[in-house]
Design a protein around this ligand. Sequence first.
Ligand SMILES: Nc1ncnc2c1ncn2[C@@H]1O[C@H](COP(=O)(O)OP(=O)(O)OP(=O)(O)O)[C@@H](O)[C@H]1O
Length: 334
Amino acid sequence: MDDALTLTQVTKRFGRTQVIDGIDLNVAPGELCVFVGPSGCGKSTLLRMIAGLEDVTAGQIAIGGRRVNELPPAQREIAMVFQSYALYPHLSVRDNMGLALRQASTPKAEVLTATDRAADMLSLTALLDRRPADLSGGQRQRVAIGRAIVRRPKLFLFDEPLSNLDAALRVATRIEIARLHRDLGATMIYVTHDQVEAMTLAHKIVVLRAGRVEQVGRPMDLYNDPDNRFVAGFIGSPAMNFLDAGALGLRSATLGVRPEHLAISADGGTVAGRVSHLERLGGETLSYVQTEVHGLLTVRQFGEHDHPVDGPVWVTPDLARAFHFDAEGRRLRT
Ligand SMILES: Nc1ncnc2c1ncn2[C@@H]1O[C@H](COP(=O)(O)OP(=O)(O)OP(=O)(O)O)[C@@H](O)[C@H]1O
């Protein structure tokens, strides 16, 4: 197949600052790959290098088996969807979507067919004659996605496309992008700092930190089998608890326990603490327990629960489901 993406020792320096540090990655044709990581880890820079908007300092980027390092963006057969929709305000939805094809002197009938088809996929048909100013944020982002679809690129690049939308619309548009990916079967790279977005959309997640890859894997593999403390803490919400393993008489440095794998009781247990705060979310209850040795721990229980705030409680980790890390944060698998 010819729409795979391969990065080989890709490196980026701005002056003396190393921002991307020798990244190797294979994205298979048709795969939806999400780059996720904290602010400043280099996600956008890496995406912009793939798009051709930033030079590559060292290493190689190949799309469809062809080295593209020296190719300008227009010749890479990619389409990029940004956080800011970047639509032309004076053009209708139809003309915004068809612009790239018209600029490439595509026959008029072909442009119409392609725009109509994309509009249909994105439920934009009724809006084709409107201007961007007369659309909601979610509709504008769909137009931006439509504009990418009509070009039939080898590679779709999404740079935090949902961050300007409100929470409900984010979920709806996320589902739409997943469906679109199934319909198109295209290779997609998607950048986000939101691990929930990464978990729900990706076939493959690349967790980045400070310009390096921390782990690559399927969402549930990262969740169930993290390689290190950073990935363990980044993937999953609420985040994993990290307890001082030495203080618990264990041989590792840190014990990682997901909030659902901590039991809470008023009658006794492993770690003593006080309930500092309670969050009832409807289907589940989160209790925040302040402890002396392990700091603030999060306990997740299904259903509605009541623990008096400031009351003494005991917290007990399910050791069979806990993770061990060494002092450098590397996972210890035994
Ligand atoms: N033109 C530039 N010159 C110097 N440093 C830059 C430049 N562009 C980005 N950087 C630095 O490179 C690092 C990575 O930036 P990048 O925007 O790729 O991060 P990011 O992971 O996308 O973050 P965010 O989620 O905040 O957008 C940051 O430390 C940033 O300050």
